[in-house]
Design a protein around this ligand. Structure first.
Ligand code: 6R9
Length: 662
């Protein structure tokens, strides 16, 4: 692993000197304060104990803040008992805020909206919990959730949490194959899905993927609960399938929730690692809830009684878990949930929603911002966005140009931007400016938030000097940290805690600027970041190789103006297929066939932007594919050092013989 490649391209960013101090008016009302930094520096565990008691209702108070005696396996808030769903829903009703809107849901088809108050949500989660219990779901049973962006997705997650049944949400864009392996790995007893969802103006089916996923081998799944969203025809297995609306109607309307241990697993979420097999990251209840609520309050500056908050992530990603469901709902916030894409039915849809719902806090991804930039400022300029007061960014590095555009065009030059670095594994925000306290700097996530210790270190684990690059590590355990990889404790230790003694390292390179700001540069391993989605090169390579015409494949992430990185694949065909491709001329049909194959195996987001059919791949003498060189080709650069190649003529062959798809 080396940070060379990433830091070289971005070293120019470190000359960024613009800075935007908070306005006095903003600082005066901000939830974040300089004292939080002081308090955390003086007594870290004491600080977290205070946040835990401030943000979460414990049925039994904890006795110990942190047990790190079996590091890197942490226990936070030891002895504490709580129910995450009660914290996110019941509590607000009991405190007299039942009439507050929890979710302003906006469907993709125009004019289709639902406003759900905390009282209504309370009714829904109780019925859903009873319906799941009627299907045999109890404490410790896992439930897979495969739903579009509809309120039922949040209800399903909360109902599972209410029962102590860890949920495993699988992004609706994933294929039957991907769903199958995730269901099996988690041993899910029940799957919650929908007939379909709306995507770019059309209903798109979901249930057939579940049917296909369950048809392979012996499945642990006993029941499938189906939400009716589009009304399209579905195949039905009388013994297995149950309509959500019928089950909820038949279920009891009240459900008494029990408290679970702080360390009880709340959910599993699969994410790409450096090997082909996705990792089931699992999170515990107490620490996760504390840190998501605390960060949503202090970093997004959510004031639950007055703000309208909108996180545009899908619930199938960690950002949707932490900053649509658990963080904002634990605070009792009002939020927008949008079903569709930013350009359906027109490119101003996001800004129309901001205007109509008077959104005050917007949390989105750099890839979206760059897309809006490409569409032009005339579009957002047509809408009244004066309600906005905080803007957030997450998922990948945001380049200063996009940051400035976000600030000026969307934020009217008045809203602080929080560029938040974190991961599926960290569970909640770790590095970010604190709005109202930190003068912001375009393109940098800046500093660990109060309570978190992170550093940039060199190869030997020593802190780097200002102005230098290295690896981003976390030096102290934190409440929302992953508790492991589902079913594979050894892989947890090996993946995150073995590179640097006593420090957590999850694969990002970073630099410190002269002022001590952290610039996260991106992955230093074989994980790509496409539109903020993590995909491993190995995963896509194995999908390609599973096609009968493919002998070998190498995948790289090439820089892309809009999506951050784009997937480029180099493929060596099997002998029989070579002849066929030659007959077809440029191999156009074959390339399309391979792209669709990847979509089928993993999901449309994994479809390579480009597939190049080559005769050879560059390999070292030990047989490792030199992706660095392929990246040079994919990014149209001069090819770098080829001296470690087993056969140095291979790169010439590739450059000359490339058949680029049109
Ligand atoms: C929350 C989320 C994690 C990876 C992470 C890093 C990249 C996320 C970033 C960022 C630079 C930021 N990343 N936020 N890079 N600046 N503000 O995205 O989780 O899907 O697990 O991805 O995303 O490379 O390691 P996840």
């Amino acid at each position: 692993m080396t940070t060379e490649a990433t830091s070289e391209g971005l070293s120019n960013l470190l000359h960024e000197e613009r800075t935007f101090p908070p306005s006095e008016a903003f600082a005066a009302q901000a939830n974040g304060t300089a004292e939080l930094f002081d308090r955390a520096a003086e007594d870290r565990e004491g600080f977290w104990a205070e946040q835990a008691r401030r943000y979460v209702r414990w049925e039994t108070d904890f006795e110990q803040v942190l047990d790190w005696s079996e590091a890197p396996f942490a226990k936070w808030f030891v002895g504490g008992r709580l129910n995450a769903c009660v914290n996110a829903v019941d509590r607000h009703v009991e405190e007299g805020n039942g009439d507050r809107v929890a979710i302003h849901w906006v469907g993709e088809p125009e004019g289709e909206t639902r406003d759900i108050t905390y009282s209504e949500l309370h009714g829904m989660v109780q019925r859903a919990a009873n319906a799941l219990a009627d299907l045999g779901v109890g404490e410790g049973d896992t439930v897979a959730i495969y739903l579009p962006m509809i309120p039922e997705a949040a209800v399903a997650m909360l109902a599972c949490a209410r029962l102590g049944a860890p949920h495993s949400v699988v992004f609706g864009g994933f294929s039957a194959e991907a769903l199958h392996s995730r269901i099996d790995d988690a041993g899910a007893k029940v799957v919650i899905t929908a007939d379909g969802g709306y995507r770019r103006g059309k209903p798109s089916a979901l249930k057939p993927a579940v049917d296909a996923a369950l048809a392979v081998g012996e499945s642990p799944v006993q029941k499938v609960l189906v939400v009716q969203r589009t009304g399209q025809d579905v195949e039905w297995d009388e013994a297995r399938d149950v309509w959500w609306h019928e089950a909820l109607e038949a279920a009891d309307g009240t459900h008494e929730a029990h408290a679970f241990d702080a360390e009880h697993p709340l959910f599993i979420l699969y994410t790409s690692g450096t090997t082909g097999k996705p990792k089931g990251i699992f999170h515990a209840t107490g620490g996760y809830l504390v840190q998501t609520a605390y960060t949503n309050h202090v970093i997004h500056d959510v004031h639950p009684e007055s703000d309208v908050y909108w996180c545009t992530a899908d619930i199938g990603w960690v950002t949707g878990h932490s900053y649509i469901v658990y963080g904002p709902m634990t605070l009792g916030a009002t939020q927008v949930m949008y079903e569709g894409t930013p350009d359906t039915p027109h490119q101003g849809r996001f800004w129309e929603i901001v205007q109509d719902k008077k959104v005050s806090i917007l949390y989105t991804a750099p890839t979206a911002i760059r897309t809006f930039m490409k569409w032009g400022r005339e579009i957002p300029d047509k809408y009244d966005m004066s309600s906005l007061r905080v803007l957030g960014s997450v998922g990948e590095p945001i380049n200063p140009e996009a940051w400035m555009w976000y600030r000026e065009v969307i934020g009217g030059d008045r809203c602080p931007i929080v560029d938040t670095w974190w991961q599926t594994e960290t569970g909640a925000i770790m590095i970010s400016p604190v709005p109202g306290v930190t003068p912001t700097r375009p393109g940098s996530a800046q500093h660990p938030i109060p309570g978190i210790d992170a550093r940039v270190v060199d190869d030997l684990g020593q802190p780097v000097e200002k102005g230098s690059g290295g690896y981003l590590v976390i030096t102290e355990p934190w409440p929302a940290m992953l508790r492991g990889i589902w079913g594979d404790p050894a892989r947890y230790q090996e993946t995150y805690w073995s590179r640097f003694e006593g420090m957590y390292f999850a694969g990002d390179g970073a630099k410190l600027d002269e002022d001590g700001n952290i610039w996260v540069l991106g992955r230093v391993d074989d994980v790509m970041n496409v539109s903020g989605h993590r995909l491993s090169t190995a995963e896509i390579e194995s999908a390609l190789v599973s096609h009968p015409k493919v002998a070998e494949a190498a995948v790289v992430g090439a820089a892309d103006e809009t999506t951050g990185q784009a997937i480029c694949a180099f493929v060596i065909l099997r002998q029989e297929a070579v002849a066929e491709a030659d007959e077809q001329g440029e191999g156009g049909d074959l390339v399309a066939e391979l792209r669709n194959h990847v979509a089928k195996e993993i999901g449309p987001i994994a479809k390579p932007r480009q597939i190049m059919i080559v005769a050879e791949l560059p390999k070292t003498r030990s047989g490792k594919i030199m992706r660095r060189l392929l990246k040079d080709v994919a990014e149209n650069r001069e090819i770098g050092d080829v001296t470690t190649l087993a056969d140095s003529s291979v790169m010439n062959m590739i450059s000359e013989g490339l058949k680029q798809p049109s």
